[in-house]
Design a protein around this ligand. Structure first.
Ligand code: 5GP
Length: 197
């Protein structure tokens, strides 16, 4: 892949508020960000639009992309639910002269950091507690109890990876978390990659 702007990864257990943070950052013109739309084999939720929230594709298509080597990273995040970042999605955004922001799972985030260590800022968003996470997921009413329990079980494993990220943002107070996120990203995109160790 040809190099371009910066890569900003926000990873966190489902329900930590990372999507809210990412959506907020996308609205800040000084950051010059565009959202990396992932491909997924899961079904769209009611309000979700193809090409905006995700590229919704079949499991068969997803597996074909894996075979073709089209993904920068991909994960079977939940059983039979595949998610991945297509290389041409990042190239599309870089070609516009913008920085890329990702809302992806912990393993995928770390994989991007490993592939592009200097160009990537990897931020982990930490929920106040597992109990609070459960409350948030229940309030969202998008998932069955079984799926919520699956997400909670995964969250405990994901929390253990937090120290591998460049920064951890504790999302206890959303306003504070938004400000911290903005400051971190603004400082990072101003840096020349040759200055980054
Ligand atoms: P959801 O089903 O709630 O939209 O997403 C489930 C999880 O998959 C979230 O943690 C989300 O960040 C993650 N995810 C979304 N897109 C990607 C991707 O392209 N790659 C990886 N590794 N994870 C993703």
């Amino acid at each position: 892949m040809t190099q371009g702007g910066k890569l900003i990864v926000f990873s966190a257990p489902s329900g930590s508020g990372k999507t809210t943070i990412v959506q907020h950052l996308l609205k800040q013109p000084d950051l010059n960000l565009d959202f990396s739309v992932s491909a997924t084999s899961r079904n769209p939720r009611d309000h979700e639009k193809d090409g905006k929230d995700y590229y919704f594709i079949s499991l068969k298509e997803f597996k074909q992309h894996i075979k073709n080597g089209d993904f920068l990273e991909w994960e079977e995040v939940y059983r039979d639910n595949f998610y991945g970042t297509l290389k041409n999605e990042v190239e599309r955004i870089w070609a516009m002269g913008k920085n890329v922001i990702f809302d992806i799972d912990v393993a995928g985030g770390l994989r991007i950091k490993k592939k592009y260590p200097k160009e990537t800022l990897a931020v982990f968003v930490k929920p106040p507690s597992i109990d609070e996470l459960k409350i948030r997921l229940k309030k969202r009413k998008t998932e069955s109890d079984e799926r919520i329990n699956m997400r909670i079980a995964k969250a405990s494993v994901e929390l253990a990876t937090a120290p591998q990220f460049d920064y951890i943002i504790e999302n206890n107070d959303l306003k504070v978390a938004l400000q911290q996120s903005h400051d971190l990203v603004a400082a990072f995109i101003q840096k020349d990659t040759s200055e980054i160790k």
